[in-house]
Ligand binder design. Structure first.
Ligand SMILES: CC(C)(COP(=O)(O)OP(=O)(O)OC[C@H]1O[C@@H](n2cnc3c(N)ncnc32)[C@H](O)[C@@H]1OP(=O)(O)O)[C@@H](O)C(=O)NCCC(=O)NCCS
Length: 190
């Protein structure tokens, strides 16, 4: 079993559009309108070219299963916003999200040398924010009535992890991950 994060490519466009519009993914995103071809094409162009964004396709044993990204990469504050989703609920709860988070955190703190990662997760999305807490993220904010989904306001949790907290979090994560994965089978394309 392997988890590999490869950089998003133009050819991934149709697959990612289908994932993003699926109810299983849209439920956890800020916007839940149906994304059309034109809006998606603009997003994909920006995802592939803007230096303040980096996107990876998560592959489980060679099959594409989800998306991981750093966005709002700000060089002044030296931080970025992290997000991860697995498109098919059947793939969730098997350690793939944790493997992907481990790889992106290592890339962010060790390769890019960022000082902080932060995430925003709908408060009702317990697996979403628990995943980040399991990597040592601290809850830093609770944004009230922050987004509207299906006409209903939702609370959003903000969490952060600092570079100085990463070595301890990494050692703990490797202990947990080693129960499911051979660590050399986890790979991220920088
Ligand atoms: C959130 C998500 C990426 C987690 O990936 P996953 O492969 O399902 O999670 P893992 O099996 O690797 O579990 C990692 C940790 O996440 C948390 N977690 C995962 N599923 C959970 C659940 N159903 N309930 C509570 N916590 C859960 C736990 O802390 C878990 O650690 P543990 O197994 O040691 O308790 C995945 O569920 C998903 O794609 N959800 C929809 C999109 C989303 O919510 N993205 C997050 C917003 S950035």
């Amino acid at each position: 079993m392997s988890v590999r994060l490869r950089r998003l490519a133009q050819a991934d466009g149709p697959r990612v559009l289908a994932w993003r519009n699926s109810p299983e993914v849209a439920a956890h995103m800020y916007s839940d309108h149906v994304i059309g071809e034109q809006e998606h094409a603009l997003w994909l162009q920006a995802a592939l070219t803007r230096p303040d964004r980096a996107y990876w396709i998560i592959e489980l044993d060679g099959a594409p299963v989800g998306l991981a990204n750093l966005v709002r990469i700000e060089l002044e504050a030296n931080r970025a916003d992290l997000a991860i989703y697995l498109a098919d609920p059947a793939v969730r709860g098997r350690g793939v999200g944790a493997a992907a988070e481990y790889l992106v955190l290592g890339h962010a703190f060790e390769t890019r040398g960022l000082d902080k990662l932060w995430v925003e997760v709908l408060a009702r999305n317990v697996p979403g924010w628990r995943l980040h807490e399991s990597f040592g993220f601290t809850r830093e904010a609770l944004f009230r009535d922050h987004v509207r989904k299906g006409g209903v306001f939702q609370e959003v949790v903000g969490l952060g992890l600092l570079r100085r907290e990463w070595p301890k979090a990494k050692a703990l994560a490797e202990g947990r991950l080693a129960r499911s994965w051979a660590l050399p089978s986890l790979f991220l394309e920088a």
